[in-house]
Write a protein that binds this ligand. Structure first.
Ligand code: KG4
Ligand code: ZN
Length: 342
């Protein structure tokens, strides 16, 4: 009989306190408490408020995840937890809790790189998925096309040279007067508009995978400010729609190019921006046209969640990579260190 490990995942890198339990690749529970509503009042995440909210929520969210999974903590095989990147105080709440749990139960602690979690979300969507595949990673902090060669080997093909896609969405949303977090609000507004406002090209140099969001962002800001200074009417929905097309088309194009160039037949995606409906449809169309299989995690597993942390925990568990209880939280981890295990 196959023994499938039971893994508890904990995520607290930003404003979501999340816990999930998986048995092998089967998701048993997926709980989340968010302080986004509180943060929205300040137009962004206030680190101290996030840390306090995590400290208040973590115990209950983990208990809920275990209860919903019908699992007693003594049955767990390991505890996987995000150790970075993210807000230090926020990360420390989840990490300290996970350490206490692992120590008390005498089970392994597995420190997970948040970005590796976003990449691993696809494993839960399709239990037959295995590397090699090419992933479009688009979150609030990173945007890149990544070639997963094996479960533990990654090659960053390229990505944004400045803002991450989510960051660009959030900044443009703010200019359009939309609340935090801007991405989903901008998507909603874009549905009422047309892509008629001219946007600059985002590609840097010939070929390659790198691109830049700064020109696009500046173009939108200039357009809006000029219209407002002149007192001219303009459609915010058209601006949102035009920006969304420009910002996302390049991602789809580079992802498909990456898969073709590396000769892989499977594409996956991860990160908050992948919750965008227009991007999901574009990816589906482009992959179908190119004859590529697309594994798209459901929306709630694209934005921050603990199921993805548990999924990456499983990869590490199977590789026998466990972390010492001295593991420290890390505010930033460059994409060039994606292969490092803690
Ligand atoms: O992965 P994530 O939840 O957190 C990070 O690891 O950064 O990504 C958050 C980012 C935010 O910038 C948010 O505005 C963006 O993902 N986002 C979206 C959508 N939903 C979330 N961007 C565009 N369209 C969406 N529907
Ligand atoms: Zn994230």
């Amino acid at each position: 009989m196959n023994y499938a490990p039971l893994i508890l995942g904990i995520e607290s890198s930003c404003d979501e306190t999340a816990a999930a339990v998986i048995r092998g690749r089967e998701l048993l529970s997926d709980e989340i408490a968010s302080s986004a509503a509180t943060q929205a009042k300040f137009g962004g995440v206030v680190p101290e408020l996030a840390s306090r909210a995590h400290a208040e929520a973590v115990d209950e969210v983990v208990s809920r995840a275990l209860a919903a999974a019908g699992v007693k903590k003594e049955q767990l095989s390991a505890v996987a937890v995000t150790y970075g990147a993210g807000l230090l105080g926020a990360l420390l709440v989840g990490l300290s809790f996970a350490k206490g749990f692992a120590y008390g139960l005498n089970i392994p602690l597995i420190g997970v790189n948040h970005i590796r979690g976003h990449l691993a979300a696809a494993y839960l969507e399709d239990e037959t998925l295995k590397p090699p595949f090419v992933t479009l990673l688009a979150s609030g902090g990173h945007t890149a096309v990544i070639h997963t060669k094996s479960a533990l080997e990654f090659e960053v093909l390229g990505g944004t040279l400045d803002d991450a896609a989510g960051e660009a969405f959030d900044k443009v949303a703010r200019v359009l007067g939309l609340p935090y977090p801007g991405g989903p609000h901008l998507e909603r507004l874009a549905r009422e508009g047309n892509p008629v406002v001219p946007m600059p090209k985002m590609l840097k140099g010939q070929g390659g995978y790198d691109f830049s969001y700064s020109g696009l962002k500046t173009a939108v800001i200039n357009y809006v400010h000029t219209k407002e200074q002149r007192g001219e009417e303009y459609s915010k929905a058209d601006v949102a729609c035009s920006f969304q097309h420009a910002a996302l088309d390049i991602l789809v194009q580079k992802t498909v190019e990456g898969a073709k160039e590396r000769g892989v037949d499977t594409v996956t995606a991860g990160g908050g921006v992948i919750a965008n409906g227009f991007l999901r449809e574009s990816l589906q169309l482009a992959c179908a046209k190119a004859g590529l299989k697309l594994v798209l995690p459901e929306k709630k597993h694209c934005t921050d969640n603990a199921a993805m942390i548990a999924a990456e925990g499983l990869v590490q568990y199977e590789a026998g990579n466990f972390s010492p209880l001295s593991l420290n939280a890390k505010a930033s981890i460059p994409l060039s260190a994606l292969h490092e295990n803690k």
